[in-house]
Design a protein around this ligand. Sequence first.
Ligand code: PBG
Length: 332
Amino acid sequence: MDITKRPRRLRSDGVRPLVSETSLSPSDLIAPIFVDATTDERVPIESMPGHERVPVSEIVSRVQEVGETGVEAVMLFGIPEKKDERGTRAWAEDGVVQRALRKISEETDAYVIADLCFCEFTSHGHCGIVEEGAEEDPHMTVDNDATLELIERTALSQAEAGADMIAPSGMMDGMVATIRDALDREDFTEVPIMSYAVKYESAFYGPFRDAADGAPSFGDRRHYQMDPANRREAIREARLDAEQGADALMVKPALPYLDIVRDVRETTDLPVAAYNVSGEYAMLHAAAEKGWLDLEAVARESLLSIKRAGADLILTYFAESVASELSAGNRT
Ligand code: PBG
């Protein structure tokens, strides 16, 4: 046999790093943080080992811990002191997210992104205003246009409190244009919008909903989040948000949707983010706990795969652990 083409020649230790096509760096990663107005101390989140809900008094030290690993961007989620039908604590000047944003921007150099949604703030757990009688209606859905007004207020209150970037995650039509308009009108022209443009109605959000106490109390999110069966629709969503002025586009979840990450990458010249969600984190932890997987290795491989699929940025609960390893010289 005469084999002239031998790909294995490029796999020896010396040459492997030279021909490596994808790399992972702490600056690609964004760490999600939960700030909780109902507690005075840190509370571990059972289904997300290593993660906690932190009170506002601890938020600066939490952000600093993340920063020490080399991750300089955080995404903030809030758990309010009380919930109501309209989620009014989402845009309160003294709301939990607003208080945390002020502290972080005054006391740290971290880049802080505010998640903008209502499911953690509404008593019914939906991502906006629900119509009267919704509980009995199997076709119930969120009132899109009424919710846009609340999105506008919340975006402005977050920008006023010092958010460096706004990330709307409620899958309302027109949310990006609404926020861009409001920010520009109030002179926040420099605050970018990272839209959760392509967000699927996924069962992988389970642990997050426990953590943020944001599971819908009735119905589900299928009338506003995307059908996991759809691919062309993802491209349409991505295009619409780009047209409305989004500065970056997110795909969520990440691992079961790598084909979509690639599609969106090829559709837009904007930065693409992918959200490696709570269920993706929890399943690797659970398997590792049983001794079935090597946690560090599968976490790194997961994030590398998400980048290879075309993501520039990754939101992940593995941000700190993977960044620490990378900073310690464990290259991927
Ligand atoms: C909704 C929101 C969700 C997540 C972040 N923001 C999901 C949802 O409940 O619909 C999920 C993140 C995760 O699972 O890590 N505002």
